[in-house]
Design a binder for this molecule. Structure first.
Ligand SMILES: *[C@@H]1O[C@H](CO)[C@@H](O)[C@H](O)[C@H]1NC(C)=O
Ligand SMILES: *[C@@H]1O[C@H](CO)[C@@H](O)[C@H](O)[C@H]1NC(C)=O
Ligand SMILES: *[C@@H]1O[C@H](CO)[C@@H](O)[C@H](O)[C@H]1NC(C)=O
Length: 765
């Protein structure tokens, strides 16, 4: 036995050194610290509830208040280290928050496309897969001391106004898509180990937060006036799905007020809705300095102690910012708040830390303890970033198809425009340091010889000095690809747009280049928000238009794959592309979703706005053609009423049934749809199923009720099953914000196909 020759204590020491060289020191309950490792809150055999209770009983009031903030203080006498709660992972581990530091063993992390691009894939499997990769990398970075375990992502606010600078971060304008995105991404991040968390995700910013800085109004001062109806069927939908379907471990309240009350001080929103009705199992955190903002900027309370007390009483558990650490003790001293209320807040944050394994001793001994530097930027992870960009790119126009290009006929390509060879533009905001980049110029360069001309010095494109070179290049090449659009200098956090047109002289450049091009001209747009490119849509010399969003670290490769047909585009717009005239008379501050003919108010998003569009929600072409047909679908769906035993109170003459009165469990409408590929290329079709409810004062004119993707080879047909949750998706909110299922004829639309189904109430479930 060789080990007999080496003292076992030496082997132990060696293993210890090896272990600590790879992993960070334990956050708490270090097995080497005899004084604390045996305390009850460290005992993994006890329930989390018991451990939290034990820890709270040991903490002094002074220690407690220092744990109410993102930069939580250490409690050395209990062997607990300091913790930075603020990390971000919107579309890859990001260093936007102080919890993540790149460098050393972790020079970068996989940088997926910006969320608006990923949303365009309409692929929930992809969204969850991205979450899984991001949390692998996040855990690896935590284990190596380079990241946190609490990630304040995703951003699931509704992209209500096309000018919003942060629309890029969101899954778009549809509440159901945003909700499915939220639940899928959160599941990917948090893992599937029951109550145990891989990392803790956070759905933000609750609620009606979708204005940053427009026409002198900023988010710190804005009071969003919203109706109960819009709250119920628009603003709250993604948050509710995030909590109830995604089991998210955190929700963040926003900066703005909703109907006169700062969201972080509103017990109706936090305590009653998020924790009470939806049953959040986790913590509620403020946006960074929200509490300070409503005291200092909004003057919502007259003293800072009242501001602190209001937040905690409303249900806030953690303050991003120092405010609660500074003022909570005084609030308790003044009798505005009890120590029990402070402990209540901490019980929610501590429970999440315990579910993350932070009180279980050595990180290396835990479920995810083996993840390390070799699990970051792996070839498979980077391939998924490329795949996400391929699935999200949207083909908006393709005339007498010039696309896909042929590497035989289009050997020389003029690559023109300020976004042609960009790197960080492709990853948008809330990004990290990517593993590497493939720019569009590099991507196209792998298919053809390129002649590169920026055309404008940057996206602001304030003059035409570089136009000449661009025109010459287009004149020589077999095809011209213009890569134009926006970047963070035009749309960003703190920065909403003034209009929807391309900035500066971009439009001029595109038109002049198109006129000079020897071969076909293709316009590729990078942007988070929609653009009014009517001029290009209507210009026959511009044969094709592609929207790439902000396509991530591998965006240039994906764009080239679409241009050359290696990838058949399958993305669909997750937001309406309005004409410029839409916003010219529309204050961003007007929150109403529904149109008003009296006020001349157009309404917002495809669900309510019926006017002209440049490209509608859901638009996106393919290189092949699909034909869809309904194979089977019910014409009648019975909605069973709950508690309807006395015929006296069960009148079915009502036009609608309250969702609360229906037996919703398992009440779904099943469709079978045939999708046939009648074109000449294999492709993936995205089925969008819209419903038009019976007319009523409550109804949107149509809304998305289901989406499914299916891959169909040339000439083949695939059967797709679609299941529509009746109570969730065929219900509508009345003016009081009460959900009702309208009885009568609902029209379902799948592309050009329409099917009518009649919803009828029945006493017998
Ligand atoms: C959805 O995305 C996943 C992950 O990339 C992929 O495997 C799957 O094929 C996609 N679904 C369809 C129908 O394309
Ligand atoms: C394109 O960008 C890459 C990455 O920043 C850079 O290395 C390369 O020199 C650029 N190419 C041209 C032609 O400017
Ligand atoms: C119907 O009436 C009975 C008796 O008045 C009552 O107990 C029950 O809750 C009512 N059901 C509904 C759905 O209102």
């Amino acid at each position: 036995m060789p080990s007999a020759t080496v003292p076992s204590s030496l082997i132990h020491l060696f293993l210890l050194i090896l272990g600590t060289a790879l992993a960070r020191d334990p956050f708490a309950c270090d097995p080497r610290d005899a004084a604390t490792a045996g305390l009850s809150f460290c005992r993994t055999s006890l329930s989390i509830q018991e451990r939290v209770k034990d820890l709270l009983e040991r903490l002094t009031m002074e220690e407690k208040v220092r744990l109410l903030v993102n930069n939580a203080a250490a409690v050395p006498r209990l062997g607990i280290k300091g913790y930075e709660w603020w990390s971000e992972a919107l579309h890859g581990v990001s260093n936007t928050g102080p919890g993540v530091k790149f460098g050393g063993d972790f020079p970068g992390a996989t940088s997926f496309p910006q969320v608006i691009t990923t949303a365009a894939s309409f692929n929930a499997t992809l969204w969850e897969a991205i979450g899984r990769v991001v949390s692998d990398e996040a855990r690896a970075m935590y284990n190596g001391g380079a990241g946190g375990l609490t990630y304040w992502s995703p951003n699931v606010n509704i992209f209500r106004d096309p000018r919003w600078g942060r629309g890029q971060e969101t899954p778009g304008e549809d509440p159901m898509v945003a909700g499915v995105y939220a639940a899928s991404y959160v599941r990917g991040l948090q893992g599937n180990k029951g109550d145990r968390l891989k990392v803790a995700a956070c759905c933000k910013h609750f609620t009606a937060y979708d204005l940053d800085n427009w026409n002198g109004v900023d988010r710190f001062h804005f009071n969003a006036k919203v109706t109960k109806q819009d709250i119920e069927d628009t603003f709250d939908v993604p948050f509710k799905m995030c909590v109830m379907d995604g089991n998210v471990a955190s929700v963040m309240c926003s900066y703005n007020q909703v109907n006169g009350i700062p969201t972080c001080a509103d017990p109706n929103l936090l305590k009653r809705t998020v924790r009470g009705q939806w049953g959040l199992n986790g913590y509620i955190v403020s946006d960074c300095d929200s509490v300070g903002v409503y005291y200092d900027t909004q003057h919502y309370t007259s003293t800072p102690e009242e501001a602190a007390a209001d937040a905690i009483k409303a249900g806030l558990d953690l303050d991003c910012g120092p405010f609660l650490a500074v003022h909570t003790q005084d609030a308790v001293n003044k009798g505005l708040l009890s120590e029990a209320e402070v402990s209540g807040a901490l019980s929610n944050t501590l429970a999440v830390q315990m579910r993350l394994g932070m009180y279980d001793g050595e990180p290396s001994a835990q479920v995810y303890g083996n993840l390390g530097p070799r699990d970051v930027c792996t070839p498979a992870h980077q391939e998924l970033a490329l795949e996400a960009a391929r699935q999200g790119i949207v083909l908006l126009k393709n005339q007498n198809p010039p696309l896909p290009l042929s590497h035989l006929r289009h050997r020389t390509v003029a690559v023109i425009g300020p976004n042609s060879n960009v790197t960080d533009t492709m990853i948008g905001n809330y990004a990290g340091v990517p593993c590497r980049y493939t720019t569009p110029l590099q991507g196209i360069g792998s298919y053809a010889r390129t002649i590169y001309q920026p055309g404008c010095a940057n996206v602001a494109c304030s003059d035409n000095q570089l136009f000449g070179g661009a025109i010459n290049a287009a004149h020589q090449a077999d095809a011209t690809v213009l890569i134009m659009g926006l970047d963070q200098s035009i749309e960003a956090e703190f920065k909403d747009r003034n209009g929807l047109l391309l900035p500066g002289r971009q439009q001029d450049l595109i038109s002049q280049v198109a006129m000079a091009s020897k071969g076909p001209t293709i316009l590729v747009l990078m942007s988070g928000g929609p653009l009014d490119v009517s001029f290009a849509k209507n210009d026959p010399r511009i044969s094709a238009i592609i929207w790439a969003g902000y396509p991530g670290q591998a965006g240039g490769a994906a764009i080239a794959d679409v241009l050359y047909g290696t990838t058949n585009p399958e993305g669909k717009l997750p937001m309406t592309w309005y004409p410029q005239a839409y916003v010219s008379n529309l204050p961003m501050t007007e929150m109403s979703m529904r149109p008003s003919s009296i006020k001349g108010y157009p309404g917002r998003t495809y669900r309510f706005y019926k006017g002209p569009t440049v490209y509608p929600f859901g638009h996106g072409l393919s290189y092949t053609n699909f034909v869809t047909a309904i194979a089977s679908a019910p014409t009648v769906v019975k909605v069973p009423i709950d508690g309807c035993h006395h015929s006296s109170n069960c009148t079915f003459s009502n036009k609608a049934i309250k969702v609360n009165h229906a037996k919703c469990k398992k009440l779904s409408l099943g469709l079978q749809v045939n999708v046939k590929n009648v074109g000449s290329k294999d492709g993936t079709h995205t089925l969008l199923v819209f419903s038009e409810p019976p007319a009523g004062p409550w109804a949107p004119h149509k809304q998305l009720v289901a989406f499914e993707k299916v891959h169909v080879p040339v000439g083949a047909q695939q059967r797709v099953g679609v299941s529509i949750h009746v109570c969730k998706f065929l219900s509508i909110a009345d003016v009081a914000g009460v959900r009702r299922i309208p009885l009568g004829e609902h029209n379902l639309r799948i592309g050009d196909v329409m099917h009518t189904v009649s919803l009828q109430a029945t006493a017998h479930g």
